[in-house]
Ligand binder design. Structure first.
Ligand SMILES: [Zn+2]
Length: 144
């Protein structure tokens, strides 16, 4: 039986109780488009079980989660046509972790960005737009 926290926004997404744009799913992990993307194609990978940070997670699962990252990043960058990407995994408020459920950010970066090396402003994305993008990414992951 998986541990979930019913007040947690990511647990609600895992339970499909919130609109979401899923790009990958298996028994233990779920990846979806960030609703407040830093950049076009910003995606999140989460364990389906509620862990506050990676110190609460079994080491093996931390490894499994991170080994999914290149696979997802490959599909995301090929669909979005980005030149690079950042991988970010924050633990704790002081480290800028906003949702206390482990998540890995995959943020595509584009060489045409005006200010290189700086984080663009967060935007609010339309769920329909995210769903369309998620669909393309999903197809690309399956093809790998
Ligand atoms: Zn949670």
């Amino acid at each position: 039986m998986r541990t979930l926290n019913h007040n947690c926004i990511f647990c609600k997404i895992v339970l499909k109780n919130l609109p979401n744009a899923i790009i990958y799913e298996d028994e233990k992990f779920l990846a979806f488009m960030d609703k407040y993307p830093i950049n076009h194609g910003h995606s999140l990978l989460v364990p389906k079980e509620h862990f506050k940070n990676i110190l609460e997670m079994p080491i093996k699962e931390v490894g499994e989660m991170h080994s999914l990252v290149p696979r997802l990043a490959k599909a995301i960058t090929s669909v979005l046509g980005s030149d690079g990407f950042n991988i970010n995994q924050n633990n704790g408020k002081s480290a800028n972790q906003i949702v206390p459920h482990v998540h890995v950010h995959i943020v595509p970066r584009y060489s045409i960005e005006k200010v290189r090396g700086q984080w663009p402003m967060r935007k609010i994305a339309q769920i329909k737009e995210l769903e369309n993008l998620a669909h393309k990414i999903r197809e690309n992951i399956e093809g790998l």
